[in-house]
Design a protein around this ligand. Structure first.
Ligand code: FES
Length: 225
């Protein structure tokens, strides 16, 4: 379990942009009267979307907004690893999966690539463009090894493809997400081996479902005279 603390250097203040504030109120409105505090996680997520990370002034602002003790918001922000407590790279936050299936398929080599191209783990790169982290299973083991970069999954990676992806982000481009082994979704490497008949995927050929007739209910016995 990682120790998660607030960044040593914090901004003076935090303010929602009008666009973010509109979304904040939409989320708050989703909860029944008296339960608005439950919006704490989506609102912290919106803070992160706006700033790239969650600062201490932002935590105080969220606490004020939801009428919560600051410690309650702090607990949430420090518990969930999806919240970044330090500034992250402007171009890309690269989260390399380091759990067993990805390790067996070459995650260590991906981390070495990150180290060589970006610098030490969990630190903002010297140009402020990148941060890379090692994370636990991201649920895409069948396309191992993989990394989440910003909001998208990059799968079937090799050191070469990851290097290319980092270079594209550095140039301000948006590299394509998904499999870098050319497979569609999580089909077997080398292409599908079963369910090859294309007509299986043609919804127009689906037969209407006929439900069996329901049996007539048994007649009720006549009431006793
Ligand atoms: S082990 Fe890497 S995605 Fe599951």
């Amino acid at each position: 379990m990682s120790v998660r603390r607030l960044a040593k250097e914090q901004p003076e203040s935090f303010a929602f942009t009008p666009e973010t504030l509109e979304k904040v109120h939409w989320w708050i409105g989703k909860y029944p009267e008296g339960r608005q505090r439950s919006a704490v996680i989506p609102i912290l997520w919106l803070v992160q979307k706006q700033e790239g990370w969650v600062s201490e002034p932002a935590i105080r602002t969220v606490a004020d907004l939801l009428d919560l003790d600051v410690i309650r918001v702090l607990e949430v922000a420090t518990f969930y690893t999806m919240f970044q407590l330090e500034p992250v790279g402007r171009a890309a936050l690269i989260q390399v999966c380091g759990t067993t299936p990805c390790q067996l398929r070459g995650a260590s080599a991906l981390m070495e690539t990150c180290k060589a191209e970006i610098g030490p783990k969990d630190r903002l790169s010297s140009d402020g463009l990148f941060t890379w982290q090692e994370v636990e299973c991201l649920g895409a083991c069948v396309n191992a090894p993989m990394a989440q970069i910003n909001d998208l999954y990059f799968e079937d990676l090799t050191p070469e493809s990851l290097k290319q992806i980092i270079a594209e982000f550095r140039e301000g481009k948006t590299p394509k997400a998904g499999s870098y082994a050319g497979r569609r979704s999580s089909e077997p490497a080398g292409g599908p081996l079963t369910l090859l008949d294309e007509s299986l995927y043609d919804g127009r050929l689906a037969k209407p479902i006929t439900l069996p007739n329901r049996p007539e209910p048994a007649p009720k016995p006549a009431p006793a005279a």
